[in-house]
Design a protein around this ligand. Structure first.
Ligand code: EPU
Length: 346
C-alpha cells in the first residue's frame, strides 16, 4: 500500500474542490485492505473511504488518510428461473457496470444509468433515479470491518435502506469497507417508464434495457450539468417530506407547489399520522430565485436549481456558504428545512 503525503484531492472529488489530504492511498486488493487495517492500528488519525468522490464536499483539507477504493471485477455469480445474480466489486464505476449489464440485455438497472460514483458507494446513498432505487434490485453486500478485520455479509433487511439513506450512511461511515455488492436482476423485466421525458422517447417502441438506458442518459445530459465540465455533486439537497397539514398550509399561499403522496413514509424516524407529501427541493429553491446564481466561482446551476456548482476555483467552504444561504432563504419563504444530500467533510 503506497502512501502519498500532502496529496491534492482536486481530481478525486466531482465538485473539483482543491482540498488536500495529509495522506492518500489506493486500495486495489486484499493485501491493501490488510495494510490499511495495520495502518489504522498504528496511527491515531482519521481515515476516510473514498469512492468516486461524487457525493462528498471537502470543506477543509483532510487531516488524515484518504483511502480511494479501487477494487475491480464483475461477474454473473448465479442464475435461476427468475433472476440473474450479478456480483461486482466496490471500486467499479457505477455507470460502466450498469452499461455492462445493459449490453448483455440484463434488465433492472437501466434507470440508474449515468449516476456518477462507484458501486461500493451506491448502497450507502441507496442511489435512485427515474422511479428506481438500488434497494429494488439489491441482494446482498460484503464489507470488511476496519476495526476488527472481520468480513460481514448484509442482506436487504440489514441495510435499512430509505430515501437516500442506509444503515451504512447513518452508522458505519469509514468503519466498513464495502468490497462487493450482489444484485438480483429479474428475468422478467418490470420496466419503469412513467417519468416525464422517458415515456415520450419510448412511445410506440418495444422497450429494452438498452433503449431505456439510452433515453435516461439523454434525459440526464439535458437536465443535469456534467461534472466533467463543471464541478458538482448532483442534487445537493434531498426532496423534503412534509406532513399533509404542513404541505397544505404552504399550498394555500403557493398553489403551484409540487406534491407526491407518500405511503406510510417515515420522516425523521416518526411515521406521520396524517399522511405525507414529498415535495420538490428544486422547485422550492427555484421559487426563491437561486437558479443560475453565482458568487465568485460558487453558484447554482442554470440547468437545475438543485445542483450547486463550482465554476473553477471555489473552495468547499464557499460552496457550503451558498448551500447555507439557500437553506436560509427556503426556510424563510416556505418554512421548510432542507437537508443536504452529500456528505460534508469538515
Ligand atoms: N424543478 C424546478 N426547477 C428546476 C428543476 C426542477 O422547479 O430547476 C421542479 C419541477 O417541478 C420538476 C421537479 O422539480 O418537475 C422534479 O425535478 P426532477 O425531475 O429533476 O427531479 P428532482 O426531484 O429534482 C430527483 C433526484 C435526482 C434524480 C431525479 C430523477 C433527489 C434529491 N434527486 O431530482 O437525483 O436524478 O429525481 O429521478 O432525490 C441526485 O441524487 O444527485 C440526483 C440527481
Amino acid at each position: 500500500m503506497e502512501i502519498i503525503n500532502n496529496a491534492s484531492l482536486k481530481q478525486l472529488n466531482t465538485f473539483g474542490v482543491d482540498a488536500s489530504a495529509k495522506h492518500l492511498t489506493e486500495i486495489h486488493n486484499l493485501e491493501d485492505i490488510e495494510a490499511l487495517l495495520e495502518w489504522k492500528a498504528q496511527n491515531d488519525l482519521p481515515c476516510l473511504l473514498l469512492g468516486g468522490g461524487s457525493n462528498l464536499l471537502f470543506k477543509n483539507d483532510y487531516q488524515g488518510l484518504v483511502a480511494k477504493i479501487c477494487l475491480a471485477g464483475k461477474d454473473i455469480a448465479e442464475e435461476d428461473n427468475d433472476f440473474t445474480y450479478v456480483s461486482v466489486a466496490g471500486g467499479e464505476n457505477w455507470h460502466d457496470f450498469v452499461r455492462w449489464t445493459v449490453e448483455q440485455d440484463i434488465a433492472g438497472l437501466e434507470n440508474l444509468s449515468l449516476i456518477p460514483g462507484t458501486v461500493g458507494a451506491a448502497p450507502i446513498q441507496n442511489i435512485g433515479a427515474y422511479g428506481v432505487e438500488l434497494a429494488d434490485h439489491f441482494q446482498s453486500l460484503q464489507a470488511v470491518d476496519l476495526e476488527t478485520g472481520n468480513i460481514h455479509e448484509f442482506d436487504l433487511l440489514h441495510c435499512q435502506f430509505g430515501y437516500r439513506e442506509s444503515f451504512f450512511k447513518s452508522q458505519t461511515l469509514d468503519k466498513l469497507l464495502i468490497t462487493s455488492v450482489t444484485f438480483a436482476l429479474p428475468k422478467k423485466p418490470n420496466w419503469k417508464m412513467d417519468y416525464a421525458g422517458v415515456r415520450e422517447v419510448l412511445e410506440g417502441v418495444e422497450p429494452s434495457a438498452k433503449l431505456i438506458s439510452d433515453a435516461i442518459i439523454s434525459l440526464r445530459m439535458s437536465k443535469l450539468p456534467d461534472p466533467a465540465k463543471i464541478g458538482n455533486g448532483g442534487s445537493f439537497f434531498k426532496n423534503p417530506v412534509l406532513s399533509l397539514d404542513d404541505w397544505e398550509a404552504i399550498k394555500a399561499n403557493h398553489p403551484n407547489i409540487p406534491g407526491y403522496p407518500q405511503n406510510a413514509v417515515l420522516a425523521g424516524g416518526t411515521e406521520l399520522a396524517n399522511g405525507a407529501m414529498k415535495t420538490s427541493a428544486a422547485w422550492l429553491i427555484d421559487s426563491c430565485g437561486w437558479k443560475g446564481h453565482r458568487k465568485g466561482d460558487a453558484g447554482v446551476s442554470d440547468m437545475h436549481a438543485l445542483v450547486i456548482v463550482n465554476h473553477a476555483n471555489a473552495t468547499g467552504a464557499e460552496l457550503w456558504a451558498v448551500a447555507q444561504e439557500i437553506m436560509a432563504s427556503v426556510e424563510d419563504k416556505f418554512g421548510v428545512l432542507l437537508e443536504a444530500e452529500p456528505r460534508v467533510v469538515l
